[in-house]
Ligand binder design. Structure first.
Ligand code: SAM
Length: 318
């Protein structure tokens, strides 16, 4: 999707914006918006409609939305579409779900001199509004390489927030895959050390590549999460195999107890782990059976037809 994201983030705008997120992450987006010139007009499970008055730069810094669309496709003076700064005319595409698609396409070209270019666009017109390519999550923070089971970066941002990483802490992901959660931890907090383990060398190579791209130091080791070559981790963050796309429920019955025992071993008293899974009953029962661990919070998130939960698990003691 080679669009050309050029926008003036410092130009004050006044517009109605649709911010898309994932069910379960809306509260975190609302929290970010409290500090911004935004009034929430409507709240839905996976999006907010806001009246925004000001420069877009602080909005662009939020990790809790992936798409920003201007509700009214017609560019108004002083609106967010007017902040676009393409080299030439604005290029756009119209999504297949838009009613009267071809009419909309012709009107935008005729009225505003926009150029229809489905292969290289600044604006993607969809039923909920005109999406600004420049404000896609991947454009704002950069693309990461992904495995087929990589963690959605919005979900990952919620997990890192729940981990409450203090400066200098050691953060470990024993199922790190391409390292998404460690990259987010490195960018959203100030950890002292980031360490990732995974059973598969090919995913570790991808994680190393992602760390390089983001200029982060991440220690990577090929290891089984049930036997980590580590003494201590202040925080553990991990997207566990759900037993659907990765692994099976049967495998998890053996994997979860071993992995949680290891997490209990490496965490100090008062340490916390933030773990994502869809194999919820098995997970909760296993935590109950693991000495010193307890679930202190559960957040249900949804993406791609799945409704996994993020569990915040604390280790007893100080
Ligand atoms: C859901 S994915 C993690 C995705 C990762 N957070 C990312 O963004 O790419 C689960 C990972 O656990 C790894 N894995 C499965 N069993 C494992 C085990 N016993 N020990 C260590 N890693 C394991 C898989 O190779 C896979 O990369």
């Amino acid at each position: 999707m080679p669009f050309r994201p050029q926008i003036d983030l410092d130009r004050p705008v006044r517009d109605r914006l649709v911010l898309r997120t994932v069910p379960g992450a809306v509260d975190y987006l609302v929290e970010d918006l409290r500090a911004l010139p935004a009034t929430i007009l409507r709240r839905e499970p996976d999006r907010l409609l806001v009246e925004y008055t000001g420069a877009l730069r602080p909005l662009a810094a939020s990790r809790y939305f992936d798409i920003c669309a201007v509700e009214d496709t017609d560019p108004v003076e002083g609106g967010a579409l007017a902040a676009l700064q393409p080299d030439g005319p604005v290029r756009f595409r119209v999504g297949t779900g838009v009613p009267d698609r071809w009419k909309v396409r012709d009107q935008l070209a005729e009225r505003y001199g926009w150029v229809n270019d489905p292969r290289s666009w600044d604006v993607n017109v969809e039923p909920h509004g005109a999406e600004l390519g420049a404000l896609y999550l991947t454009q704002r923070f950069g693309e990461l390489r992904r495995t087929p089971a990589s963690t959605n970066p919005l979900v990952g941002a919620v997990m890192v927030r729940l981990a409450k990483i203090a400066p200098g802490q050691v953060v470990v992901d024993p199922f790190c895959g391409a390292g998404t959660l460690l990259v987010l931890a490195g960018e959203m907090a100030a950890p002292g050390r980031l360490v990732g383990a995974d059973a598969q060398a090919r995913w570790l190579a991808m994680a190393a590549d992602n760390a390089r791209r983001r200029d982060l130091a991440i220690g990577l080791v090929r290891a089984d999460a049930r036997a980590l070559p580590l003494r201590r981790a202040d925080r553990v963050v991990a997207n566990l195999p759900f037993g659907k796309r990765v692994g099976t429920h049967r495998v998890n019955e053996e994997l979860y107890p071993g992995a949680l025992r290891e997490i209990a071993r490496v965490l100090p008293g008062g340490g916390r782990a933030v773990l994502l899974t869809d194999d919820k009953r098995l997970f909760r029962e296993t935590v109950q059976r693991t000495p010193l661990l307890r679930v202190i919070k559960e957040v249900v998130l949804a993406r791609g037809g799945l409704h996994p939960s993020v569990y915040v698990v604390a280790k007893r003691g100080r």
